[in-house]
Design a protein around this ligand. Structure first.
Ligand SMILES: Nc1ncnc2c1ncn2[C@@H]1O[C@H](COP(=O)(O)OP(=O)(O)O)[C@@H](O)[C@H]1O
Ligand SMILES: [Mg+2]
Length: 281
């Protein structure tokens, strides 16, 4: 704790300037093919970088998921459950490395669009306890925001005080960042049009919710959203569970389809776009 305040003093980090931050999650389902290993959608990354560049949003933080990069490797070595056998260590290293590779590809797209994006590696500034963020040094990230950089984080393999190591989802990260930075809003880009009454990929008559209050979301949560097999962090089910604390905090969340051109641009600009808006009341 003391070290942290010393760092804050050193960096002269006080409150962030207005407007309040926007936290944008770009799902692994958007920038990779989750049914294949190591299949990055670089054209989609480029389009998203262009939309982000065009929107010119101040105080923006981007977090991306693991998709067909992080999840299969994490699953192969059972990283989420923690350190049980020595040979998992190479799996931990591999999961982290594969995420830095995916992140590098997304960062390339930001560089091509002359966006001052800077990658912030979660495993170097976060420690979890039983899978929940316990320590998060975000002074440097706040300083990046104050200097008008765009911090980019991602779901990662991280050290854990009880488990040895585990998987930290991009979904937990956005919620925690939103509360920690007192964000205005969270935008969650996925590969479907928003939150439905059941999985729209399994049920073609699934009904999309345009707006939900926190109370409605909690009621829906258990009965309608099931974990997805190729996602070690629980798919849409995990996403909703993670969003709840941020929404309780008064931060709105909008789930949109980031595979559709201009949806991220429009939602960043506050324009009307299809999706699910979740608000406290
Ligand atoms: N009720 C639901 N509404 C919307 N999507 C759902 C629902 N239940 C399951 N899903 C699935 O959740 C997926 C998105 O979650 P996930 O695969 O974890 O995305 P990401 O990689 O972006 O984190 C969608 O592709 C969809 O098939
Ligand atoms: Mg997911």
């Amino acid at each position: 704790m003391e070290e942290r305040s010393q760092l804050e003093k050193l960096m002269k980090v006080s409150e962030l300037k207005e407007p309040k931050p926007t936290i944008l999650k770009v799902g692994g389902s958007v920038i990779t093919d989750k049914n294949k290993e190591l299949d990055a959608k670089t054209q989609v990354m480029n389009r998203l970088a262009e939309e982000i560049q065009q929107a010119k949003i101040e105080n923006l933080v981007v977090v991306h998921g693991g998709g067909g990069f992080g999840h299969p490797t994490a699953q192969k070595y059972n990283i989420k459950a923690g350190l049980k056998e020595e040979n998992q260590k190479v799996g931990f290293a591999e999961t982290h490395h594969i995420m830095t590779m995916l992140n590098g590809l997304f960062m390339d797209a930001f560089m091509w669009h002359k966006i001052p994006a800077v990658s912030v590696t979660p495993s170097s500034c976060i420690i979890t306890e039983n899978g929940r963020i316990q320590y998060f040094e975000y002074t440097l990230m706040k300083m990046l925001l104050q200097m008008d950089f765009l911090p980019v984080l991602y779901g990662d393999a991280v050290l854990d005080t009880k488990l040895g190591f585990t998987i930290l989802s991009g979904d937990q990260l956005i919620s925690r960042l939103a509360v920690g930075l007192n964000a205005e809003r969270i935008i969650v880009g996925v590969d479907v049009d928003g939150l439905y009454n059941c999985d729209p990929k399994a049920e073609k008559n699934a009904k999309l919710f345009a707006h939900l209050t926190l109370e409605e979301l909690k009621k829906l949560q258990k009965k309608t959203v099931k974990p997805t097999a190729c996602d070690v962090t629980g798919g849409m089910f995990g996403k909703i569970a993670e969003l709840i604390p941020a929404i309780e905090h008064g931060i709105s969340a909008k789930i949109v389809n980031a595979t559709k051109p201009n949806h991220i641009y429009k939602v960043l600009k506050g324009e009307d776009v299809q999706g699910t808006l979740i608000e406290k009341e």
